[in-house]
Write a protein that binds this ligand. Sequence first.
Ligand code: IMP
Length: 421
Amino acid sequence: MSKVDVLLGLQWGDEGKGKAVDFLAPKYNIVARFQGGPNAGHTLEFDGKKHVLHQIPSGIFHPEILNVIGNGVVIDPIVFAREIRDLEPFGVDASKTLILSNKAQLIIPTHKLIDKALELSKGEEKIGSTLRGIGPTYQDKIGRHGLRIGDIIHKDFDVKYQKLKKQHLSLLSTLELDDDFHQQEQEFFKSLDLMRKFKIQSTEYLINESLKSGKDILAEGAQGTLLDIDFGSYPFVTSSNTTTAGACTGLGIAPNQINEVFGIFKAYCTRVGSGPFPTELFNQEGEDLRRLGNEFGATTGRPRRCGWLDIPALNYACMLNGVTQLFMMKADVLSDVTPVKICESYNSSNGIIKEFPYIWDDTFSPIFREVPSWKLNGVPAYSDLPDNLHSFIHSIEQSVGVPIHLISLGPDRNETVLKKS
Ligand code: IMP
């Protein structure tokens, strides 16, 4: 039976989804992105090379796999063109294996200006947006005046573009344009020419017809569950549904077509940008995690905030997504970190709670349990992992009620341990 499996992040993004998709991709005929846009940075490492993909699905390095950018995604043509060019030296001709939904929304240069202006206007309360134009583009989508990829191949595109740009400029009338705005605009139009060479179609038909004909699909999520527009720590969230439900609306898949849901999490937590982070470390332990885990943003290079694994948050994410299998990333980073801590509940003014609170403020505090660390030597088979790592895995499985099937011990494809082959 053909199926749609979903792979998504259970924390605040940067869980290692790129590596996980790349690892799983050979089992599928299609890899499809369903939400987000160039705010994402999915890192893949193999053959001694590191690749960071922002908008292009992580199946692109497998020539036999079809990659789809679904209708739920927002696309910046400039970033798209750069990504396509960056793939060429590695012999990847994306035009053969990448299809774009005609209903994906287009990020235009003024969306990025609006993003910047809105973020600046928030002052101390800024979200810490990647400033890639994500929010304003989704705002235009919901406001029903956005431009879609299907529009770029229609003859009235220029008229529609000018209309939207004018609307944006009137919003921005009190601001000066960035010095490089005109250059950005030129690059935008040049990039559209490249984009027009790709297949642009109603990918919901392609996906559903592929399923009927027995093909298997992997839906690749971006960002993480705790950045979901509905369930994340609003307003410090991204502008899309990063949960399994987002795969249905972002690709045109009926909910009853979803099979496995792979939930990716790090053995600790990180977050970029502002917003609540219950287990955040403000001390040397946090700095050590940042250094050992090389926790700097793949898209913006910003240092990531670091903290211990948060079980109530992980439980919440598993519940929202219907996770059937867990993949634990970066377990190697905690090798030799003494002691390792896990947050299993929170203290609140109403006593101990295990639910992720509506608002996290200073009436809450995390309750940690210390666990012994482990020492890793290479990449052993599952049964040969250190005992303390086995205990760590079992205790998470027990708390969350979902099995951990994959443990990542390094960035390379080969540094991966499977519970069952
Ligand atoms: P935006 O989606 O770029 O507007 O950013 C909104 C919030 O989500 C900010 O806190 C960003 O740092 C965060 N964010 C967006 N994309 C990612 C991602 O791919 N990984 C981690 N955080 C992200």
